[in-house]
Ligand binder design. Sequence first.
Ligand SMILES: O=P(O)(O)OC[C@H]1O[C@H](O[C@H]2O[C@H](CO)[C@@H](O)[C@H](O)[C@H]2O)[C@H](O)[C@@H](O)[C@@H]1O
Ligand SMILES: O=c1ccn([C@@H]2O[C@H](COP(=O)(O)OP(=O)(O)O)[C@@H](O)[C@H]2O)c(=O)[nH]1
Length: 460
Amino acid sequence: MSRLVVVSNRVALPGESAAGGLAVGLQAALEARGGLWFGWSGKTVREDSGQLHEAAERGIRYVTLDLSRQDVAAYYNGFSNRTLWPLLHFRLDLVDYARETRAGYHRVNALFADRLAPLLRDDDTVWIHDYHLIPLAALLRERGVGCRIGFFLHVPMPSADIAASLPDHARLFGALYAHDLLGFQTERDAERFRSYARLFGGATPAGDGHLRLPDGRTLRVAAFPIGIDTRRIAEHAAAAASKPAVRKLQASLGGRKLAIGVDRLDYSKGLPERFRGFSRYLERYPEDRGRLTFLQIAPVSRGEVQEYRLLRDQLEGIAGHINGLHADPEWTPLRYVNRNFGHATLTGFYRMASIGVVTPLRDGMNLVAKEYVASQDPQNPGVLILSMLAGAAAELEGALLVNPYDLDGVADAFARAAAMPLAERRERWDAMMRPVERNDIHAWCAGFLDALQAEPPASR
Ligand SMILES: O=P(O)(O)OC[C@H]1O[C@H](O[C@H]2O[C@H](CO)[C@@H](O)[C@H](O)[C@H]2O)[C@H](O)[C@@H](O)[C@@H]1O
Ligand SMILES: O=c1ccn([C@@H]2O[C@H](COP(=O)(O)OP(=O)(O)O)[C@@H](O)[C@H]2O)c(=O)[nH]1
């Protein structure tokens, strides 16, 4: 078996908690198979970028590189999170078109290529992840790297016209052609890429999801929906009831039902709309008032980016307003917490919650939805309210699917979930748990890597 080399911006280093689905997923995948994980150290240094660090644990060798303040500003906070992130989440209104950050993004990708190329062997399998590193494979090829390279996009692929609104889009997305396999979260994302490549990238369909590229090569484009470590999450959840944080939360509810949301504090997650949908539920179903507490966990994310800071201010205002409007002296309807929790605790919270609320405006997959399902007590499962605009909706048909912009629809879903009889809850949960068990993180990893191995190596 060839050595696996995973490359991603975010690396879950030993001893650090891995918030964010990419790091959570890759950690589980690499723990099972072993290999090299290469990426940003997460450190911002004063001097030049590029200093490498090494660590090893449980069969994983970690090689990470530091980035200078200027490079982090341009590559991560700038082009990745103020240009590509909104573009890929269908938010043209938030896209920053600054040229300087684009140059920084290409500079850092070239640095990744310079540092990674000497570590690679001819028979390695390289798997590059996400929008931070779109040009990397092409830069590795320029440096003589000939081994198989696959790419997986964790976020949505927008429609062709949205993608084409980015200046220099053909250079950026055309760089993806340097891979041997392109993976997306859902078939709809994969199809939107094929459509972009046909309309703007000089490619033609070559059957069975393949594209014929302008240079005559064929490239497979396919969906590989990411999963979770289902067994481990279910075990954590079953054992979590005795954890002090879980016991304290249970005691604090005073016999009321719990609804839970867990999201990075990100505008793609639809938190203002969710809070307003909850408020609409309390207005339209006054008989439910005082019977349910909604806990929203939202650790601060990308706090140096202006749009994220504004969102934080906005949410504090909305949360205060909702509680001011609906709270009683002995009941606070909305608890809003900016702390990060480990999975050992989080799974206990999920299991205690009668309702899981996952209503992003757009999401590549959303692992929280799958973790909520895997954490339930099979004898008495909760109900998942899920946005039809999350990648997870393609698999979790047993959820109450909602349009996250439709506040009345979200309000109705809260009411329906709170009143749902046990038989229907079990039926819906069974239908969701089957794909969550079948398409777990190990199946995702094996599925992508087998498909990459099956592609004939590109003749270069
Ligand atoms: O690394 P950060 O900037 O702190 O952000 C965390 C991660 O957010 C995004 O996660 C995506 O990947 C998940 C797993 O496939 C998926 O379920 C979710 O829908 C996506 O939003 C981002 O794509 C990652 O690169 C970040 O590490
Ligand atoms: O306090 C928290 C909040 C989130 N997460 C984890 O972060 C990941 C979020 O992944 P998801 O795919 O839902 O969204 P992303 O943040 O990657 O966009 C999930 O595994 C969560 O359990 C966590 O460990 N602690």
